[in-house]
Design a protein around this ligand. Structure first.
Ligand code: FAE
Length: 526
């Protein structure tokens, strides 16, 4: 279905009329006083990551017409290939002149609407995905279900039984989660870093676990046998995967598009939203080209608005709209924010005399160290790849800790940007855990704290998992409808109160499934 057919251009004079027949999609375009195009759409979703994709699919399946606005590019449609780590290119960074990976940013770039963005605050840098598929385009695909005891602690009000027997299995199926074959792992040279990481962990007395992933491991085996083009075995990951990874554009969003009820508008960045007197919303949008230049200003007018712009994106929209348009906000918005306990560390001189961690490394992590039940040092850590094209005898770890002290996101009206109340005091315990871990690993196996990767061996300022600020049941009702609003919903990582103890997308997806199912059942979108 093309855009012209989908957005009908009939001009409707009386505002509010269109929503009388909300089952019938009646998008229309007209012109505002400022000559901006006004596009009528009953349901608008902002952001095409996990929360946005789940919402789109379930609403479309229920027969609703949905417009999804995404600031990033539709990579599949553009047919532009993703870059790999060793040769950054168009997909490597969101409108930056230099690469923005966590390390080794020696590459110059021509600004382009790439897949990876970095938001820099005083004491923390936050990486996020941009493009149709959101974070699923750039993440490591680790699909980890939280520990039930911790899930219950974080979400005491939710029916854990239902989550563990229904929503998590559902999400696993929809996201195409699978597990690497142990025989392949045992022999594949690209997984030496995992084998070494696990051996060393056992030697140090830690427990390891196999980590499921959305990357298709059968495809990876074919890559290894040179039967198909390489992706994970060709250093592709944080700038997108050309093959093998079941990102959202291949799962939820694909299914939603197949219903014929979804229209995705890429390169449409929402600036702010406005609550109208009749409780509808006006969404101010800038359409850009791939250099970031403005093509058109548009206003989408909708009855129902779902914010799924990711934790930082949703908070930016809410807080900015409050500052510029007086959007009513619950006092809890911005509070209860956390980095999911992200704390990076590494070790140098890891098995230097026996080939280190391997010159060739798959980009897809499959191993983890589970120290969560240690009362004094509870953490989970990913045994992360470091595919630098040569053996650097270095092990990389992303620790996930509890978040004892939460942060707060506010809006700075002078600089027109988000402010984050977060400093070293928030990561004290995380650093203690990382020190304990590295010391124990080095004592049992040799090696040093990694000065090669980080200043003094610790990356306290690296965050891949921003969560919270719009906590479920605090700033929203039990299903993500914002307090103070009748037609505004939040369905993304900002619903999780700053911590979930493991990599978060499985939980974000499950919570979105739970919320949208109940919102639809409760006739919110009737
Ligand atoms: P998200 O996926 O971030 O989607 C939000 C979307 O909204 C994006 O596409 C934005 O471009 C778009 N957007 C934002 N603002 C606007 C606006 N104003 N107008 C229009 N569109 C907008 O949200 N998690 C795991 O569980 N396992 C992993 O292995 C893992 N690895 C990661 C590796 C990296 C490098 C990074 C950065 C993250 C990783 N994560 C991982 C985190 C995970 O990707 C993240 O928690 C989810 O993507 C968040 O999902 P949301 O639905 O909240």
């Amino acid at each position: 279905m093309d855009r012209k057919k989908f957005i009908k251009t009939s001009v409707l004079a009386v505002s509010g009329f269109y929503f009388l027949q909300s089952n019938l999609f009646r998008a229309a375009e007209r012109t505002s006083d400022k000559q901006n195009k006004i596009i009528e759409a009953p349901i608008v979703i902002i952001g095409s990551g996990y929360g946005g994709a789940v919402s789109a699919l379930r609403l479309c399946e229920a027969g609703k017409k949905v417009v999804l606005l995404e600031m990033g590019l539709n990579w599949e449609k553009s047919r532009i290939p993703f870059s790999n780590l060793l040769k950054p290119g168009k997909s490597s960074a969101w409108l930056k002149k230099k690469s923005i990976a966590p390390f080794m940013n020696i590459f110059s770039l021509t600004p382009f609407t790439g897949t990876l963005d970095r938001l820099d605050f005083d004491h923390i840098n936050i990486w996020v995905g941009r493009g149709v598929g959101g974070g699923s385009l750039v993440n490591g695909g680790m699909a980890v279900t939280p520990k039930e005891s911790y899930f219950k602690e974080v979400f005491p009000q939710l029916d854990a039984e239902k989550f563990y027997h229904h929503y998590f299995p559902l999400v696993h199926e929809e996201l195409k989660v699978n597990i690497i074959d142990e025989e392949f792992l045992k022999d594949c040279p690209y997984y030496k870093f995992t084998r070494v990481g696990e051996e060393e962990a056992h030697q140090a007395g830690f427990k390891t676990m196999r980590v499921p992933n959305v990357y298709d491991f059968k495809y990876m085996e074919k890559e290894f046998r040179n039967e198909v083009p390489r992706s994970a075995l060709n250093t592709e990951v944080i700038y997108g995967n050309n093959h093998g990874k079941n990102s959202l554009d291949k799962t939820y969003l694909k299914k939603a598009l197949e219903t014929g009820n979804l229209e995705i508008l890429d390169l449409h960045r929402v600036d702010d939203i406005k609550l109208n007197d009749d409780k509808t919303y006006s969404v101010n949008v800038q359409q850009t080209d791939t250099s970031g230049a403005l093509i058109a200003d548009k206003i989408f007018h909708c009855k129902k608005l779902i914010l799924a712009a990711g934790t930082m994106g949703t908070l930016q929209l809410l807080l900015r709209s409050n500052a510029v348009n007086g959007l009513p906000l619950h006092e809890g918005i911005g509070k209860n924010w956390g980095n999911n306990g992200n704390f990076m560390t590494g070790r140098n001189w890891v098995k230097p005399l026996s080939g280190g961690t391997g010159a060739k490394q798959s980009t897809i992590p499959v191993g983890g160290i589970d120290n969560w039940d240690d009362k004094e040092h509870p953490f989970f850590t990913e045994i992360a790849p470091l595919p630098m094209g040569m053996d650097v005898a270095t092990a990389l770890y992303l620790l996930i800790n509890r978040v004892d002290k939460k942060g707060e996101v506010t809006y700075d009206t002078i600089n027109r940007s988000l402010k984050l109340n977060w400093d070293e005091s928030h990561t004290v315990k995380m650093k203690e855990n990382a020190k304990y871990f590295v010391r124990k690993m080095n004592k049992a196996n040799g090696g040093t704290r990694s000065h090669f990767l980080f200043n003094n061996g610790f990356g306290a300022d690296i965050c891949y998992h921003p969560l919270g600020g719009c906590v479920l049941g605090e700033t929203t009702n039990e299903y993500g409808k914002l307090k103070e609003h009748e037609n505004l919903y939040v369905l993304d990582g900002s619903l999780i109160p700053g911590t979930i103890g493991v990599n978060p997308f499985v939980t974000i997806t499950a919570i979105a499934e739970y919320c949208i199912e109940n919102l639809i059942k409760g006739s919110e979108f009737a």
